[in-house]
Ligand binder design. Sequence first.
Ligand SMILES: CC(C)(COP(=O)(O)OP(=O)(O)OC[C@H]1O[C@@H](n2cnc3c(N)ncnc32)[C@H](O)[C@@H]1O)[C@@H](O)C(=O)NCCC(=O)NCCS
Ligand SMILES: Nc1ncnc2c1ncn2[C@@H]1O[C@H](COP(=O)(O)OP(=O)(O)OP(=O)(O)O)[C@@H](O)[C@H]1O
Length: 283
Amino acid sequence: MLALLRPGASAASRIDALAAAALADELACYPKPGLVSPVDSGSHADMDAATFRASIAALAGYFGAMAEAGAEGAAFPALNALGRAAEARMLAATGGVNTHRGAVFSLGLAAAAAGGSAPERGAAAICRTVADRWGADILAAGRLAEQRTHGAAVRARYGAPGAREEAAAGFPTVIGHALPAFRMARRAGASRNDALVQALFAILSVLEDNNLLYRGGPAALGRAQRRALNFLASGGILARGGRALAVAIHRAFVAERMSPGGAADLLALTAFLARVEEAHPGP
Ligand SMILES: CC(C)(COP(=O)(O)OP(=O)(O)OC[C@H]1O[C@@H](n2cnc3c(N)ncnc32)[C@H](O)[C@@H]1O)[C@@H](O)C(=O)NCCC(=O)NCCS
Ligand SMILES: Nc1ncnc2c1ncn2[C@@H]1O[C@H](COP(=O)(O)OP(=O)(O)OP(=O)(O)O)[C@@H](O)[C@H]1O
């Protein structure tokens, strides 16, 4: 966080610090259905909050490097190479556990876009930049990719879109659902944590999360979306009993061993964009 406060810090190092803070926001946020937080490991046996902290430390500098590359007009292959190298550092730090693959991808692209555009233009401009500058190449790379990931298995089985489609379209789930929910909750007096909980449920209510599809198929995805819609319809985190309902939904996910990792990645992106807007208020 210190680089944020240093007036002389470069734009890239400020973006790096904002991205690290956003990953810390996502980890700290509780309750998150089935996901790892400092309170518990949710539906995960192979990782806990310490694994995530080690992963965040291993990613130090990556988002700044993406911001610099974006500012220099880098094409997709250069960003992809930085992302793969960061992913390798993440796996080395966690003993091979996938803590942040989706965040390395989505938040990395957003950092590159933030580096290449004036941050005071806001979150929507950053996400549009991802779509405009790299969208076509993101989709083309997907068509050529090795088909051994969980995402590829889900696509082959259910034809579902995933992280690539969300990024190539300029993160519509974040711009259209998560950030409005976050801002509305903040205006209504919610803490950052509680506004992020609200944003996570907004994401969960609409996202085709590949992690849920991989572990539990369309039935698990439908159950997750219905629970999230029910949470939002009953007034969300600020309603009387809202926090208790969120904890109950978290426990239901854990009982079923379900975890919406894609939604968690987009929550980290939401936290990043919110912090960029706070640091660079528009006109
Ligand atoms: C595109 C990536 C994420 C691979 O996707 P694929 O769907 O094939 O694989 P995998 O199942 O391993 O990963 C999916 C990741 O996306 C997240 N996710 C799942 N569903 C969604 C969704 N609907 N929307 C957004 N994210 C999602 C998951 O949490 C998971 O972390 C990635 O491995 C890749 O190409 N990385 C390149 C390196 C990189 O990050 N470059 C930087 C920017 S170009
Ligand atoms: N707080 C969090 N808790 C759990 N997952 C998260 C969290 N934040 C982000 N994620 C995302 O969830 C994904 C990890 O989920 P998961 O462990 O289900 O996937 P996997 O390693 O692909 O599969 P599996 O463990 O089922 O073999 C990561 O890619 C990560 O980006």
